[in-house]
Design a protein around this ligand. Sequence first.
Ligand code: SF4
Ligand code: SF4
Length: 352
Amino acid sequence: MRNKILQILFNLFKINEIKLHPLNYLFWECTQRCNLCCLHCGSDCVSDAQYKDMPFEDFLNAVLPLKNMYPPDSITVVITGGEPLLRKDLPDCGKQLRKNGFRWGIVTNGYLYDNQKHTELLSSGMGAITVSLDGLEMHHNWLRCNPKSFQNAVDAIEIIATSQRLNYDIVTCVNKLNINELEEIKQLLLSKKVKNWRLFTIAPIGRAAHNPDLHLSPKELHFLLAFIAKTRNEHKINTYFSCESYLGKYERKVRDTFFFCRAGVNIASVLIDGSISACPNIDRTFSQGNIYKDNIAEIWENKFQIMRHRQWAKKGICTTCKAFQHCKGGAMHLWDKQLTSNQACIFHRMNH
Ligand code: SF4
Ligand code: SF4
């Protein structure tokens, strides 16, 4: 009963949040270059990228109009890629962002992160960092296709976790090969004094559709969510499932709040070609404009309707779903470009 009331209140909160749509996270795909070639990578990252790195001035000039809409320190620019540490000017970009009032952070595979980079980035005002750890040594290296990637990521985590000033999380892509080592990964993270651990899965769609080892079965999905719920109850490490799906009986047991896809509501992105999109995980065809011809503040204010108003999503597997009023078609990144149906809802998969 209590949960039902909380869900109703949360639905009211969502309506208001969508109306106001304050921009909190602005992802910047600053490069497509990457030093790893991960099996589950959502970006088509390559060592020899199709697009050149976006000049920082282009990005900064594009985002300055947002300062007229929001206090800049209410926006965190999340620098992503590719691998952002490959950009030599990263500390300078960060400094300029801070100078203009924005908060900033990075998403990294940790391969190049060392004490020197750590000091340099902290001095440039970096306030947040996300590092990937996708299993124990064998399975992390398998997923990341690099024999040193595990050790380098663990070294990076060690540096980051002992820093008092950083807001950080460690993310783990759970798949068939590492699902049975979650307890050991947890112990490893605890031994490194990690405070925040986020787990996510890979949807069996797109590039990942061709690798069955990446996809969890309905039984494994239940196992994963039960593991997260149990770990949260232990209160040793702040563990949570990513935002990727409505979860039925697991709602609020594996996250602090109910499901809410914030793509286009609180999250925008500037992609490598200047496209203005929502969460960088969604299909690129959902882009709403381009910084090289549009004003990002106007685009944010007036577009993104497809993500904010989801009545259209009552189709495909969502047509008869009893959770639609709470979920509204689920994660935007799971919709195909023709908007025919949500391709891989976890709630649906667990119950069919
Ligand atoms: S089937 Fe659709 S509405 Fe139902 S939980 Fe999944 S995404 Fe949400
Ligand atoms: S599109 Fe997916 S990853 Fe992005 S905010 Fe929505 S649920 Fe989260």
